[in-house]
Design a protein around this ligand. Structure first.
Ligand code: CAA
Length: 260
């Protein structure tokens, strides 16, 4: 499919979704959010794709936030609908039955930090900058920042970032547990693809079940979450991947997982 504001490419088992509005530092307007939803549907239709990398075009920005020019004159109902559109898009990323890695290659501000937080984990380049500067615009985060960030780093640190609106470096984001790894900008895609390939070589069914159990269990009571894990663990034994993985171990060979 042809898109105006994003690029979607496939390399073996890895999909790459690039937000491509470099003149606006890849800011998220409604059209871009709708296109991301279509692209996620397209990824779903490609069963060979096991990992999706989300990144931004150019070297300056991952995503510099929701599009301020588009938001500027919104009324309350339009802002509500815009927030809902953002939430729906980010939920689609979070719930995608593939691993999604954010490769943050520059500014990830406001909606940029928020869309990265909806991914399974984040790799960042040394020049990446994170932050939720919405309060400097007289608003506050509307694409999940008030909810996903406290769940990831705790309420106190999240409140400090949201109330000050300050920008933090990739290294600071790493120390806070927002980012898994910081690498030089020139090697960001290479390093992200490396971990994506490692994930893709493992049993797809096991990874899908693990993602579902981690996300669904996160806000559950531990006893219920562990029960969910047991059921999902049992379901995993209905897969060919389980037979192949364990037979390969016994036969001392590399497994050839089919994702079935
Ligand atoms: N929306 C629309 N356009 C944006 C944008 C945004 N979020 N961020 C940058 N741009 C545009 C600029 O308007 C500028 O366009 P022109 O060349 O046509 O003037 C272009 O991108 C380049 O930006 P700058 O000239 O500002 O570049 P800079 O290097 O001086 O500064 C920056 C970079 C620090 C990222 C700065 O652009 C900036 O502060 N951007 C806004 C960041 C922000 O506040 N994000 C939060 C948005 S609100 C939000 O996301 C709400 C939500 O939770 C849903």
């Amino acid at each position: 499919m042809e898109y105006k504001n994003i690029l979607l490419s496939f390399e073996d088992e890895i999909g790459i979704l690039t937000i491509n509005r470099p003149k606006a530092l890849n800011a998220l307007n409604r059209e871009t959010l709708n296109e991301i939803q279509l692209a996620l549907q397209e990824v779903k239709d490609h069963s060979e794709i096991k990992v999706l990398i989300l990144t931004g075009a150019g070297e300056r920005a991952f995503v510099a936030g929701a599009d301020i020019l588009e938001m500027k004159d919104m009324n309350s109902i339009e802002a509500l609908n815009f927030s809902k559109l953002g939430h729906h898009t980010l939920k689609m990323i979070q719930d995608l039955d593939r691993v999604v890695i954010a490769a943050v290659n520059g500014y990830a501000l406001g909606g940029g930090t928020e869309i990265a937080l909806a991914c399974d984990f984040i790799y960042a380049s040394e020049n990446a900058r994170f932050g939720l500067p919405e309060v400097t615009l007289g608003i506050f985060p509307g694409f999940g920042g008030t909810q996903r960030l406290p769940r990831l780093i705790g309420k106190g640190k999240a409140k400090e970032l949201i109330f000050t609106g300050k920008m933090i470096t990739a290294q600071e984001a790493y120390q806070m547990g927002i980012v898994n790894r910081v690498v030089p900008q020139a090697s960001l895609m290479e390093e992200t693809k490396k971990v994506a390939s490692q994930i893709a070589s493992n049993g797809t069914i096991g990874i899908r079940l693990a993602k579902m159990v981690i996300d669904a269990g996160y806000n559950m009571d531990l006893t219920e979450a562990c029960a969910l894990e047991s059921y999902a663990f049992g379901i995993g034994f209905a897969s060919e991947d389980q037979k192949e993985g364990m037979n390969a171990f016994v036969e001392k060979r590399k497994p050839n997982f089919k994702g079935r």
